[in-house]
Write a protein that binds this ligand. Structure first.
Ligand code: ZN
Length: 258
């Protein structure tokens, strides 16, 4: 099942996507039973919003060994957690706004887990049952600030620095999916989720022992090797097998200073 959030005349609504057609979703996707209601239109023409409004976006650093190596950083012994603010979210097709004076900014293609149920200290063997589904994410990162600050709140927290979507796919096994990133059609990242240091089950179990995960919360599971720069005028795509393509144009945003 594919579930998206769409902007309609009545405001944002969840939609069930069947082929090219979007139907208003009757029921609460976080309460289980959902069925297709009135037809909203074509997925090509409706405006897609970020598929959820999370209380938090929990991210995992250096969760692919080859990416840790390209930053000359060790693979962590435990998942390395940080947060991005929900205000950083943009949906499929929305612009990533890069302040022109913040130095190098890079893409990070990531598998995103969308939590379906409250998860507090869950066991690894049960962990996947707490996920509603999966989507694509791009953990946009200002590298110069990341190095300078010693922690990543500013570097990864700018408005628009968390493209998410295009929609949530349920019933997907996240353990071995291809994950790719292209900039202006040129391949930058290409890996499989089976290369994660800590798999999705381990991440949900670990994070839920730190903070209670709420329905709609998002986990960004780390990026593979091949991260590279983005500049205004680029188009960046994250593609995950079984999910689809998250595409965002890059534009120049308001200056950091001034
Ligand atoms: Zn990341």
């Amino acid at each position: 099942m594919r579930i998206g959030r769409f902007l309609t005349e009545k405001g944002p609504v969840f939609g069930l996507i069947e082929g090219d057609i979007v139907y208003a979703l009757e029921g609460d996707p976080f309460a289980g039973l959902v069925q297709a209601g009135e037809q909203l239109g074509s997925v090509q023409t409706l405006r897609l919003l970020p598929p959820v409004q999370p209380s938090k976006i929990v991210c995992v650093g250096r969760n692919y060994a080859a990416h840790a190596a390209e930053h000359s950083a060790p693979v962590p012994e435990e998942p390395m957690l940080f947060l991005k603010p929900p205000s950083a979210l943009v949906g499929h097709g929305e612009a990533i706004l890069i302040p022109p004076d913040i130095g190098r900014v890079e893409h990070e293609a990531e598998l995103a887990v969308i939590m379906g149920r409250q998860a507090h200290r869950v066991e690894r063997q049960d962990a996947l049952s707490y996920a509603l589904g999966y989507t694509c994410a791009n953990d946009i990162s200002a590298r110069d600030f990341q190095k300078k600050d010693g922690q990543w709140g500013r570097a990864k927290g700018f408005d628009t620095f968390c493209p998410l979507g295009p929609w949530i796919v349920t019933g997907l096994d996240p353990s071995d999916l291809s994950i790719d990133c292209r900039v202006n059609g040129e391949q930058r990242q290409s890996a499989r989720t089976s290369e994660m240091v800590f798999d999705v089950s381990a991440l949900i179990a670990f994070i839920s022992r730190v903070m209670t995960l709420l329905p709609g919360d998002v986990i960004l599971t780390g990026t593979p090797a091949g991260v590279g720069p983005l500049t205004a005028g680029d188009t960046v795509e994250v593609e995950i097998e079984g999910v689809g393509v998250l595409r965002n144009p890059v534009q120049s945003g308001p200056a950091w200073v001034g």
